[in-house]
Design a protein around this ligand. Structure first.
Ligand code: ATP
Ligand code: LTN
Length: 329
């Protein structure tokens, strides 16, 4: 079985973008791949997190992975901070990356361009991500479009390590979904739907009130025409809704366009609101079941043990190769 690995930061309420771009694809891969899925809580610290909120978001994210359909018996689910080896490997890999490479990462560059006061964590972020990935030798890293650049840097660093110290890491490939890799804000469809936006009108949260979410779909910004057609440049609003529709129903965009020939946006949006509503209802019901009792703690403990087993072996190998360890085995 080929291996896959990915993580999401617990930095806010999980959005429909996270669900369609990341969580749902993870679920679809779990029967075909050996998967390592984690909560990137160390990465979330690059921006101040109110501690009570961080706890809540972390728990919700793990619960949502399971509520969305990830099976903890098939997938290794864990918290990044439970596997201390990530931070240690992150240090070694950070020493291999250049200032230039890290400065070119858009996540960092955008913040600098905006003149924001930024912590060093944002700059070092990709090195920790490289460690998250290379630790487990995955074949594929499923991510949204915005993360592709990080996985590409990871490949460069892995190659650099391998050529300097001999073959150690598998070179991973980013896997970006063709449809749904970049769900846009419902009020501003030229911008990514993001959990860290201040205004929430254009963003659907998976655990939010279902009627509120349906209203957000019905009041999504479209255009002055009235035919349902996929054209992201000229019709970004309706194209975004088509992507949401297509991913949630597993139907092609062409097929959906056909269904709405001669019908207006109102009918299309009403139908989509129902589709989104019933998807959220399924997830929320399951979420309620698994957040009672100690179920999640048990899952995390078992996941951390499995992940640590792999991570310890890999880190020991790296430390032998680079000369940090003086023990023979
Ligand atoms: P932020 O909004 O604070 O930048 P985020 O929502 O992008 O955060 P992450 O933890 O960075 O959250 O993302 C988790 C995963 O969800 C990543 O693989 C990311 O690419 C994907 N993702 C996030 N937003 C979207 C979106 N709007 N459409 C598709 N995928 C998304
Ligand atoms: N940077 C990612 C989260 C993340 C990740 C990873 C994704 C941290 N480590 C390793 C894939 C593999 C993000 O912001 N979504």
């Amino acid at each position: 079985m080929k291996r896959m690995l990915s993580g999401i930061k617990p930095t806010g309420r999980v959005t429909l973008g996270n669900y369609i771009g990341a969580i749902r694809p993870f679920v679809s891969y779990q029967d075909e791949y050996e998967m390592f899925i984690f909560v990137a809580n160390l990465h979330s610290m690059t921006i101040y997190q109110q501690p009570a909120e961080l706890r809540k978001n972390t728990k919700d994210l793990i619960a949502l992975y399971i509520a969305a359909g990830l099976d903890p018996n098939k997938v290794t689910l864990f918290l990044q901070s439970d596997v201390l080896e990530h931070a240690q490997l992150g240090w070694y890999l950070g020493c291999l990356a250049s200032m230039g490479e890290l400065s070119r990462m858009t996540q960092y560059k955008d913040k600098v361009a905006k003149g924001e006061v930024i912590g060093a964590g944002i700059f070092n972020y990709p090195s920790l991500m490289n460690a998250d990935i290379l630790m487990y030798d995955p074949d594929y890293v499923p991510v949204g479009e915005d993360q592709k650049q990080h996985v590409e840097l990871c490949r460069d660093i892995a190659e650099r390590f391998n050529s300097r110290y001999s073959e150690t890491f598998k070179i991973p490939e980013p896997l970006v979904a063709k449809v749904g890799g970049r769900i846009m804000d419902l009020q501003n469809p030229t911008k990514k739907m993001s959990k860290s936006e201040e205004t929430s009108k254009g963003c659907i949260y998976i655990l939010d009130d279902i009627n509120v979410s349906k209203k957000k779909i019905k009041s999504a910004v479209t255009d002055s025409e009235s035919y349902v057609h996929f054209d992201p440049i000229n019709k970004p609003g309706i194209s975004n809704l088509l992507e949401i529709y297509s991913t949630l129903t597993n139907r092609t965009i062409e097929d959906i366009e056909q269904q709405y020939v001669g019908k207006g946006y109102g009918e299309f949006k009403n139908d989509l609101a129902e589709i989104v509503g019933s998807e959220l209802e399924k997830i929320q019901t399951r979420y309620k079941e698994i957040t009672t009792g100690s179920y999640l703690d048990d899952i995390l403990e078992a996941g951390a043990q499995k992940a640590r087993f792999v991570a310890r072996k890999k880190l020991a190998k790296v430390e032998r190769k680079i000369g940090i360890t003086i023990k023979k085995r």
